[in-house]
Design a protein around this ligand. Structure first.
Ligand code: PMP
Length: 394
C-alpha cells in the first residue's frame, strides 16, 4: 500500500509550496560559460562555481577526450582494480601541490567529507564545527556519532568555550573542522586564530577548501597557503568541481592518516573509482590552476568591483571578501521576487533559501567568474540596484 506514502509526500510538497520553498530543476544549456541559455534565452550566469571559467577550457576538454581512449568507466572500486595508474599519479601531484605527505582522491566533495569524518570520528571523540559548515560536513559528523559541538559562525570565544568543555569531560581526541571560504556567505574562517586554539587545546584541524581551491594561494592551493598556515593543517580537503572546473575531490595529509582512510573510509572503499575522462580532466585542470595567477587576479578584481558597488548601494552582502557575494534579503518571498526580476532582466542568480541557509537569511547568491565581461558586470550591478530600489530593500 503506497497510500500512506502518497499522503505524506503530498502533504510535505504542499507545505513547501505554502512556505514559498518550492524547488525546481531547471534544464539549462551552456552551463560552463559566463552566458548560458535557459528557456531559449541568453542569461548572464552568476550561479556557477566555475570561478576560473575552466569548465569550458579547451585544453581540459581535449585532455578528457584523450583520456576517454582508455575507457569510459572506472570499472571497479579503488581497492579492487579501480586504482588506475593515472589516479596514483594524480595523488602524488596533489600531495606535492599541498606540501603534504600523501593525498587521496574521492568521487566528490560530499562523499569525501561524509566518509572522512565518519572514518576518523567515533562516539568517544569530540568534533567542533562552524555552524555554517557545508551540509556534507554536518552529515559526516552525524554519521560518526561523535560528540558534536557546533560553534557560532567564526566565533572564537564560543569555540574556545566548547574546547574547554570537551577537555573537562576528558574527551581526548578533538577535531576542529571548518570551511575555509563559506559557500553561502563568501567570508573566510579565522584560520590563524583557529590554529592558535587548536594548538592550545591539542586538537586536530580539518579544513574544507572547496571554494578557495584554485582561487587563493600562489598556485591556487587554497586559503591555508594564502595565509601561510598550511603546515599546521592536519587534513586539507579540496574539490575539483568548482574552480578546477571538473569533478571529484581529495584529501591531503600525513601518510599514515591517508593509509588509515584507505582501510576505513566507506565512501572510498565501497564505490567505483572515478572514470579516466574525469581523472584526465582533473590532471590538466591542476596544471592550469597552478599556472592560473592571471585568472586569479582577474577574478579578484572583478569580485572586488561587485562587492564595492553593492555595499556602497546599501545592500547587505554580509562579510563577503571573495568571489561569492550574497545579497541577504531575509524574507523568502522577497528573495524569490528578486531572483525572478533578475531573470526577466537577463541575469541568472538563483534564490538561496532555508534549509540551505539559516531561517530568516534567504538571499541571492552571486558568484563571479574570472571570464565575466566587465560590461556584463556593470550591467548586472546596475540591474541589481534598480531591482533593490523597486523592492524597497535599499
Ligand atoms: N564542501 C563545500 C564547502 C561545498 O560547498 C561543497 C559543494 N557545494 C562540497 C563540499 C561538496 O562538493 P561536491 O560538489 O564535489 O560534492
Amino acid at each position: 500500500m503506497t497510500k500512506y506514502w502518497n499522503e505524506m509526500i503530498q502533504h510535505r510538497l504542499q507545505s513547501f509550496a505554502e512556505a514559498g520553498l518550492k524547488r525546481e530543476l531547471r534544464p539549462v544549456r551552456q552551463v560552463c560559460q559566463p552566458v548560458l541559455v535557459y528557456q531559449g534565452k541568453q542569461l548572464l550566469n552568476f550561479s556557477s562555481n566555475n570561478y576560473l571559467g575552466l569548465a569550458g577550457h579547451p585544453e581540459i576538454i581535449a585532455a578528457e577526450k584523450e583520456a576517454a581512449e582508455r575507457g569510459a568507466g572506472g570499472v571497479a572500486s579503488r581497492l579492487i582494480i579501480g586504482h588506475d595508474e593515472a589516479i596514483e599519479e594524480l595523488e602524488y601531484e596533489l600531495a606535492r601541490f599541498q606540501d603534504k605527505e600523501a593525498a587521496l582522491v574521492f568521487a566528490n566533495g560530499y562523499m569525501a567529507n561524509v566518509g572522512i569524518l565518519s572514518a576518523f570520528l567515533g562516539r568517544h571523540d569530540a568534533v567542533f564545527s562552524d555552524r555554517l559548515n557545508h551540509a556534507s560536513i554536518v552529515d559526516g559528523i552525524r554519521l560518526s556519532g561523535a560528540v558534536h559541538y557546533r560553534y557560532h559562525h567564526g566565533d572564537l570565544n564560543h569555540l574556545e568555550l566548547q574546547l574547554k568543555k570537551a577537555e573537562q569531560k576528558g574527551i581526548k581526541r578533538r577535531l576542529i573542522v571548518t570551511d575555509s571560504v563559506f559557500s553561502m556567505d563568501g567570508d573566510v574562517a579565522p584560520l590563524k586564530e583557529i590554529i592558535f586554539l587548536k594548538e592550545k587545546y591539542g586538537a586536530a584541524l580539518m579544513i574544507d577548501e572547496a571554494h578557495a581551491g584554485g582561487v587563493f594561494g600562489e598556485e591556487g592551493q587554497g586559503m591555508a597557503h594564502q595565509l601561510g598556515i598550511h603546515g599546521q593543517v592536519d587534513l586539507h580537503m579540496g574539490t575539483f568541481s568548482k574552480a578546477f572546473g571538473v569533478y571529484g575531490a581529495y584529501i591531503a595529509g600525513k601518510k599514515e592518516w591517508i593509509q588509515y582512510l584507505v582501510h576505513t573510509c566507506r565512501s572510498l572503499i565501497y564505490t567505483t573509482a572515478l572514470p579516466p575522462t574525469v581523472v584526465g580532466g582533473i590532471r590538466k585542470a591542476l596544471k592550469l590552476v597552478q599556472n592560473g595567477n592571471e585568472l586569479r587576479q582577474m577574478l579578484a578584481e572583478k569580485s572586488q568591483y561587485v562587492r564595492r558597488e553593492l555595499r556602497e548601494a546599501g545592500l547587505d552582502i554580509g562579510s563577503s571578501s571573495t568571489q561569492i557575494i550574497p545579497i541577504v534579503l531575509g524574507d523568502e518571498r522577497t528573495t524569490l521576487a528578486f531572483s525572478e526580476k533578475l531573470l526577466a532582466c537577463g541575469i541568472l542568480s538563483v534564490a538561496i533559501r532555508p534549509p540551505t541557509v539559516p531561517k530568516g537569511s534567504a538571499r541571492i547568491r552571486l558568484s563571479i567568474m574570472a571570464n565575466h565581461e566587465w560590461d556584463d558586470l556593470r550591467k548586472a550591478v546596475h540591474v541589481i540596484k534598480e531591482i533593490a530600489k523597486e523592492l524597497e530593500v535599499i
